[in-house]
Design a protein around this ligand. Structure first.
Ligand code: 5AD
Ligand code: SF4
Length: 473
């Protein structure tokens, strides 16, 4: 069958979709980019903000009409966080939906598609995340030595296929137990579980053997990675040190980190290992103690500031990025100012700014009034972005007249808009530095996947521009 798979949300979803694609191909299906031509239409969804969910409802509305009027055999499926959050209710709301598949059930997707082709409606959900946590508590100690294949999808990875050239993601942990009051993740992605270190190292080794040179370790709170078999405990710093030793791995990254668990061991490993990139995505969410407390972030503003100072001291040239929520319940102008001040003080390369969106079932949605009007959220969003623009521009301009190493991704979206006709021998290329800056420069297309040195001549708040150093291939 021809399968259309659209992915919303975070890196975790992107990796899930990559792995699902491989398993569907192995089961004999063919992938298509054309939704209207597909026999199976799947959405790998995100529940973090309401906006992302609304997009899926609207897509499903259109697909349901098409199925009702023209394509009775079309198979429609919702995967991932929204499937888990809404479960059978989603199937009730969209009467023509065939598959509802939670994020921990994706390894079963080929089997679910076969069942749907035979006319069944299938709802495959993960165990109730709150119940699952009670179960894990009861068997504490055995929990991390448990080899139950919660990483079945990862273990089935095809190393010749499914990753984008030189770069790949590798999952190190799943779930989250932090319960920030605004966040749906602990309710849909289940309890925090770390993978066995040997499995992670083996996956990276096999990716490197297949030609990957940059690996990003991913987890909802990646720096809380912890694996123990009773006799030895493996922390995130140990995992980083181990993986960084894999021969042929030129760049090692990780996302996303929680400020609370960012120990000096991690910073020291970053400083010591040449292939660990000096880039940390470290979401503060707010710069105000009152709001951080209500968000249940478990750190204060001064602890965050102190962490940034430590990071800059221990890891020379470290590049930092943040996430912020504006308009959290009770956020006053002074709290908002504190977030702007935090951006200035931290010198972030970039920040993602989100308007608070109450998520059903979270503590904030249950107990706090969404009392910041939408137009205030919008203004604060724009104001934080304007501050970040200033800070980002100063940060990027500090690279002018330096030379940076760039992993070339391929022709830039700007190619063709430069006042000359691009050719395979000379086009506008885009790539990333170790600090995750986007760099534009002219060169031949065949450099995609390679590392080149670029002399920076200009910068915007979001990217660097430069010339490839002479004499390089
Ligand atoms: N409303 C708005 N933004 C949210 N995020 C998480 N939950 C919400 C919510 N309910 C943001 C946080 C997080 C990013 C992935 O999404 O900033 O870091
Ligand atoms: Fe959500 Fe907080 Fe967990 Fe991040 S740490 S996934 S924001 S609950």
């Amino acid at each position: 069958m021809k399968v259309y798979l659209e992915t919303m949300g975070c890196q975790m979803n992107r990796l899930d979709s990559e792995l699902v694609t491989v398993s569907l191909r192995a089961a004999g299906h063919e992938m298509t980019d054309d939704r209207c031509d597909a026999d199976v239409v799947l959405y790998n969804t995100c529940s973090v903000r309401r906006h992302a969910e609304e997009k899926v409802y609207s897509r499903l509305g259109g697909d349901s009409r098409r199925k009702a009027h023209h394509r009775p055999r079309l198979i429609l499926g919702v995967l991932g966080c929204m499937a888990q959050r809404e479960g059978a209710e989603l199937a009730n709301r969209f009467g023509l939906l065939d598959i509802v598949c939670g994020p921990g059930q994706l390894a079963r997707l080929p089997e679910l598609i076969s069942a749907a082709a035979d006319g069944s409606r299938v709802v495959a959900l993960d165990p109730d995340p709150i119940e699952a946590r009670r179960g894990a508590k009861a068997t504490e100690g055995a929990a991390s030595a448990d080899d139950s294949d919660f990483d079945a999808l990862d273990l089935a990875r095809d190393f010749q296929d499914g990753h984008a050239g030189a770069q790949a993601y590798v999952r190190v942990m799943k779930g989250c137990d932090n319960f920030c009051t605004y966040c749906i993740v602990p309710l849909v992605r289940g309890p925090e579980r770390s993978r066995r270190p040997e499995r992670i190292a083996q996956e990276v080794r096999r990716l490197v053997d297949a030609g990957v040179s940059e690996v990003t370790l991913i987890g909802q709170t990646v720096n809380r990675y912890r694996w123990s078999d009773g006799s030895r405990t493996f922390a995130f710093s140990d995992l980083l040190a181990d993986v960084s030793e894999i021969a042929g791995l030129r760049r090692l990254r990780f996302v996303t980190s929680h400020p609370l668990d960012f120990t000096n061991d991690i910073l020291h490993v970053m400083a010591e290992r040449a292939n660990i990139c000096e880039y940390i995505h470290l979401p503060p969410q707010s710069g105000s103690d009152a709001i951080l407390r209500r968000m249940n972030r478990k750190y204060t503003r001064s602890q965050y500031d102190e962490l940034i100072d430590r990071a800059r001291e221990i890891v020379p040239g470290v590049v930092l990025a943040g996430d912020f929520i504006v308009g959290f319940p009770g956020e006053a102008e002074a709290d908002h100012e504190a977030s702007a001040d935090l951006i200035r003080r931290s010198g972030f390369k970039n920040s993602f700014v989100f308007k608070y969106s109450p998520r059903p079932g979270t503590a904030a949605a249950r107990t706090m009034l969404d009392d910041v009007p939408d137009e205030v959220k919008r203004r604060r969003n724009n104001e934080l972005l304007a501050v970040q623009h200033e800070v980002g521009l100063a940060h990027c301009r500090s690279y002018i007249a330096t030379t940076v190493e760039v992993l070339v991704e391929g022709p830039s979206v700007r190619a063709g808009k430069q006042g000359f006709e691009p050719t395979p021998q000379r086009t506008q290329l885009a790539g990333r530095t170790r600090g995750s800056h986007i760099v534009h420069f002219l060169g031949p297309e065949r450099l995609a996947g390679q590392y080149v040195n670029v002399h920076i001549t200009d910068a915007t708040a979001l990217s660097l521009q430069g010339d490839r150093e002479a004499g390089q291939e």
